[in-house]
Design a protein around this ligand. Sequence first.
Ligand SMILES: [Zn+2]
Ligand SMILES: [Zn+2]
Length: 276
Amino acid sequence: MIPKMNFHTHTTFCDGKNTPEEMVLSAIQKGFKALGFSGHSYTHFDESYCMSKDGVKEYQKEIQRLKEAYAPQIAVYCGVEQDFYSQEAISDFAYAIGSVHYIKKGEKLLPVDEKADIMDRDIRELFGGDPYAYAKVYFETVAEVLKKTGADIIGHFDLLSKFNERQTFFNTENKRYCDYGIGAIEALIPYGKPFEINTGAIYRGFRSQAYPSINFLKEIKKRGGKILLSSDSHDCNSLGFCFEDMVKLAIEIGFQSTLIWTTNGFEEVGLKNSVF
Ligand SMILES: [Zn+2]
Ligand SMILES: [Zn+2]
């Protein structure tokens, strides 16, 4: 049985709406046993959403304070969400989530999840109108995310589907789309690190499925991949959002366990009888 917890949590130190302390208090109120913070790593080419260089130190100090202050009630971890193109070190953090938020075309870094209009323009102007050429670069980047970042967790595997609820950009049954995605899965599986089941886009109303999609989750399962539940929370209310449904889904797909983060690193826990 999995205790209530979440390891993908943003705060006012990056693009979250609540302070770390508000998040901790909310997690305690919800009966969480652990809360892991994952502030966005600094990216010099886009400072709009990430922690600032000085902010990172303040963030670490504040999380350490909360960890000590609330130690009897909840385990608090200071992690980081490391962007593929971030040049910062991850060694000062308990764990890192490796995430691709930009793809590179020539010298340009294109944001994947910022706006549908931006994706539309980039596909037209830089990929000759071929969405699958865009998907290829995206998944080729994801395939390298653990090698590049040294992260412990694979963040929102198919983030490029954020604006694709109505199949506007990609037909997710298209062979090229599936093959590129499976290529990335096969490149990542040997690391033995978990893929998040990330419910952030469901909470924010963009998607009806988590990242990765059910189809990709099946491919991950088939190849012996591991999972970890995450709500990619940017406010208190979303902590643990939809986890109950995700446990059911994971069991349906055939997963028997999930990983959780502990002071000793990952621990594997059974999915059966989990209550959220
Ligand atoms: Zn992210
Ligand atoms: Zn995030």
